[in-house]
Design a protein around this ligand. Structure first.
Ligand code: PXP
Length: 240
């Protein structure tokens, strides 16, 4: 089964915001990512709108041709936005408002009722839901009890360990993905995936449905150009 590449364009918005104008044009970049082969676009709106803005998210939905994934902490303003925009997928992430980036998956046991309720809200609008989790089989099974359709495995620990011992790095992720399949949860992944560690991850998690990649991909584009970079990432996902 092919793994879809969803490009997280928050970094493009961060660059734009540095000058306050419209350069680079976030909407145009998203459309170009699609033209260059990306199978999805991801945005991570935060309440302070320091990266992608709520009005960017609203403008993107009618313009995109591929899958639109909105990720973030389901605070009230996020839920209102997501219900209004109706993306293909909402990924629930427990990031604190002042965190530089997401740095942990949900404590699903602790937040079980909250997650069940919020998943039901999105399901009622036929929006696929995914829950960002650490690679832990027990957490994955609990995620299934919330009614979510998928999990997104938080891959920063994989990316860090991969540098020293890739077999050890992947072990928990293989187990977590198997636990997900056993309870009929689809598996996505994201965070710190890059051209070095992506193919190995994909090879060991064959059921991987989607990766969302931002930081490394946009950084690589500085050297290789956006079109080549997207093609390079797609090739990593196709390697056996
Ligand atoms: N998935 C989630 C939930 C994230 O918060 C992020 C970062 O915004 C990513 C994936 C993408 O991570 P990276 O920018 O390291 O590729």
């Amino acid at each position: 089964m092919p793994t879809r590449l969803s490009v997280n364009i928050n970094k493009v918005a961060t660059l734009r915001n540095a000058r306050g104008g419209h350069v680079p044009n976030v909407l145009q970049v998203a459309l170009d990512c699609e033209r260059f082969g990306a199978q999805g676009i991801t945005v991570h709106p935060r309440p302070d709108e320091r990266h992608i803005r709520y009005d960017d998210v609203r403008a993107l939905k009618p313009a995109l041709h591929t899958e639109f994934n909105i990720e973030g902490n389901p605070v009230d303003s996020f839920v209102v936005l997501a219900l209004d925009v109706c993306p293909h997928q909402v990924t629930l992430v427990p990031d604190a408002h002042d965190a530089i980036t997401s740095n942990a998956g949900w404590d699903v046991k602790r937040h079980a009722r909250f997650l069940r309720d919020i998943v039901a809200v999105f399901k009622a609008k036929h929006i696929r839901t995914s829950i960002f989790v650490d690679a832990d089989a027990d957490t994955v099974r609990r995620a299934a009890d919330t009614g979510a359709d998928r999990i997104e495995l938080y891959t920063e620990p994989y990316a860090l360990r991969y540098l020293h011992d890739r077999e050890q790095a992947i072990a928990d992720f293989v187990q977590a993905a198997q636990a997900a399949q056993a309870v009929n949860l689809g598996v996505n992944a994201g965070h710190d995936l890059n051209l070095d560690n992506l193919a190995y991850f994909r090879r060991h998690i064959p059921a991987l449905l989607e990766v969302s990649i931002g930081h490394a991909l946009i950084s690589d584009a500085l050297y290789f150009g956006l079109e080549n970079t997207i093609q390079l990432y797609l090739r990593q996902l196709q390697e056996r």
